[in-house]
Design a protein around this ligand. Structure first.
Ligand code: FES
Ligand SMILES: [Fe+2]
Length: 403
């Protein structure tokens, strides 16, 4: 998993003036909204005896969190401000926990999990539809036992639609995917994927809509839909689906609880049938699509996305995923991958390791002020960084074919 990126980790509406426990990237955090309405994100591990701050409470002014074990108080900046057992003594410099920058945007809480100074941080993605009042919005979560990168790649995988979702979108009678390209930035990849609309006997509301379009325009022939799909690092999928009566947009933020569990926080937007009664139907459709994906992804092996491109076979229609893998490998190569084995373990451990927060690097006077250790960079699994575009191991099947 990657540090030094803005991770959407929670819906804004869920964070109030009470401690909220969060597990993300294997680590435990606590979120709370203070008296100014600002959301704070701290490491959920008191430096005294490892008490869980999220089991504590906020001070009356709502600006500090109280550890439930011996009552130490921490402000939103992670600095301990009160040690009740010895009020007459100075508070040690090391009495602080990591505090991670937070921004609220598009209804998500974004936490910067890493230690880069502000000016070097990658951007939060630009998804204007999420602020556009012409769209009706629903939000919800789907929890599954998959690695978040498997979920993320699945969300940009056009060619599985006909097979996994043939009853909903994609067309099993014509699963071919014409070639398409990817538009990239260092932090995103987007494609317009030509897909066939579902067979005309599809059930439900959308099926009826397509049936109507079939009759009117092409009789029994397949309707070509241009779906826009892609990713924003570290964990977001976007999917734009033009329907006969309007536009549907699906945003998924796949939050890694740990290496093998993901909470996909979805936002569904539609600019048609905006009445409340249709929200329930939208939730059900989104959840059903996740369930269809889940039935395959839960048995996908290896569970974690391979580092070596040559460990799986990529064809032309996988171009979005291979673009993603190359970019994530570059970030792993530059040391942004975190060693999950230090943060998450199978059993009890005797050392606390956390993702470093910006204060560790950017305040020289705090250089030695940390009790908990900083997580190491992930060792590259499956070999060293041998793969580049210049050797066959790093090429995809379609690149070899085309060269
Ligand atoms: S463990 Fe938190 S105050 Fe002692
Ligand atoms: Fe799917």
């Amino acid at each position: 998993m990657l540090k030094n990126l803005w991770w959407p980790v929670e819906f804004s509406s869920n964070v109030v003036d009470r401690p909220l426990s969060l597990q993300a990237l294997g680590q435990y955090f606590v979120l709370f909204r203070d008296s100014k309405g600002q959301v704070n994100c701290l490491s959920d591990l008191c430096v005294h005896r490892g008490g869980p701050l999220s089991e504590g409470w906020l001070t009356d002014d709502k600006d500090s969190i109280v550890c439930p074990y011996h009552g130490w108080q921490y402000g939103g900046d992670g600095q301990c401000t009160k040690i009740p057992a010895q009020p007459q003594r100075n508070i040690p410099t090391k009495a602080r926990v990591d505090s991670y920058p937070v921004i609220e945007k598009y209804g998500y809480v974004w936490t910067f999990l890493g230690d880069l100074p502000e000016e070097e941080r990658p951007p939060i993605p630009d998804i204007p539809e999420l602020d556009d009042p012409q769209f009706k919005r629903v939000e919800g979560s789907y929890y599954w036992k998959v690695n978040y990168e498997r979920a993320l790649e699945n969300g940009m995988d056009g060619s599985h639609a006909a097979f996994v979702h043939g009853s909903r979108f994609g067309n099993i009678k014509d699963p071919s995917v014409p070639d398409f390209d990817v538009t990239t930035t260092p932090w995103s990849g987007l494609s317009t994927i030509p897909l066939k609309a579902p067979p005309k006997n599809l059930g439900g509301l959308w099926g009826k809509l397509f049936k109507f379009k079939y009759k009117k325009e092409v009789g029994d022939g397949p309707v070509l839909t241009h779906v826009k799909a892609g990713y924003f690092l570290p964990n977001i999928n976007v999917l734009y689906v033009p329907l006969p009566i309007g536009n549907m947009v699906l945003i998924d933020a796949h939050v890694p609880v740990d290496e093998n569990h993901t909470r996909s926080m979805y936002i569904g937007l539609r600019d048609f049938i905006k009445a409340e009664w249709a929200d329930k139907d939208t939730h059900k459709r989104i959840q059903d699509i996740f369930k269809q994906d889940d039935s395959v992804l839960k048995k996908q092996r290896p569970e974690i996305l391979p580092y070596q491109l040559s460990d799986e076979l990529h064809i032309r229609s996988d171009i979005l995923q291979t673009t993603y893998r190359r970019r994530r490998n570059e970030l792993l190569d530059q040391g942004w991958g975190i060693d999950m084995h230090q943060i998450v373990g199978d059993g009890p451990r005797d050392v606390a390791v956390v993702i470093p927060s910006p204060a560790r690097k950017n305040n020289p006077e705090l250089a030695n002020a940390w009790v908990h250790k900083e997580v190491s960079s992930r060792a590259i699994l499956g070999g060293s960084k041998v793969e580049t575009a210049t050797n066959a191991g790093g090429q995809t099947a379609y690149e070899i074919e085309e060269s």
